[in-house]
Design a protein. Sequence first.
Length: 338
Amino acid sequence: MKILKIFGIIVIVAVALLLIVGLLLPSTSHVERTISIEASPKAIFEETNNTKNLNNWSPWAKLDPETKYTFEGPEAGVGAKMSWISEHDQVGEGAQWIIESIENEKVTNQLEFGDFEGDFKASLILEPEGDKTKVTWTYDADMGGNLIGKYFGLFMDGMLGPFYEDGLSNLKEVAESKPVYTVEISEEDISTQNYIGLKSYVKWEDLDQMSAKIGAAYGKVGAYMQKNGIEMAGMPIALYSDWEEGVGFNMECAMRVADAVSVNDRNLNAGVILAGKSVKAIHMGSYDGLKTTYDEVRRYMADKGYGDFSSSWEVYATDPGAEPDTAKWVTHVFVALN
């Protein structure tokens, strides 16, 4: 009995010490790892800001290929959420969602791990370094009054650090293996756009007359809109379809309008570009160089497995009449994906 009593006292003292020490431990912990990647911040941001891209490089994805994932909200940016359930003890159950997204600079996720109490955040910070990008992955936990969590915090760097190093190494491999394009290309959700346009067929042999044809077309559309009191709702656009290499293509020079309209001129068309996902390329410079941009768009779509396209539209973000320097002209090229 005496031995049991002594043992009991030892246990009580040990527990008391653990409680006292736990109360004195810091409630916060911080883990940080950094890597240099030979890729642009944009190329890396695409992998960190999109929840469906995370498992391309996540160190936990390969631990349990049977993990079940659920995605909610937008695919990328603030509100994008991924939840997971796994029987692997180092994966478990949890969720993360983006609470801060600064384009090409930073992505911060809020995390939760089952019923474990605390405030957990992880950030990926991108900083240009010449032709490279410095990527810093941080983890910050606030356990509040959770004593067990405080003790975990003492070992967090040793437990989590190797996973962060592995993940950054994976991210480096993914980002550096991505194709590089000569123009800026992205994917964008567009809203429905109404327009009034004039259609024509352009023969390949008449490409040198295209500028004059475009100018005349916009003149007719603009005159009709002015006569009927219809206001423009954006910069001019041109729609292209039914490309036949060496033969010709359909072209529609148009002005965007706020709402759907009907036209009483048989030469004009009231059209609509439907909302949906599209590939967007930003062309800088003279219109003469647009072929190179289209070639890059085709390469991008092939790399993504989208295949080729037969139609597109251009938004002329710069008014040539106001900006004489062709090097400063900006044209947005769109291709619908749905």
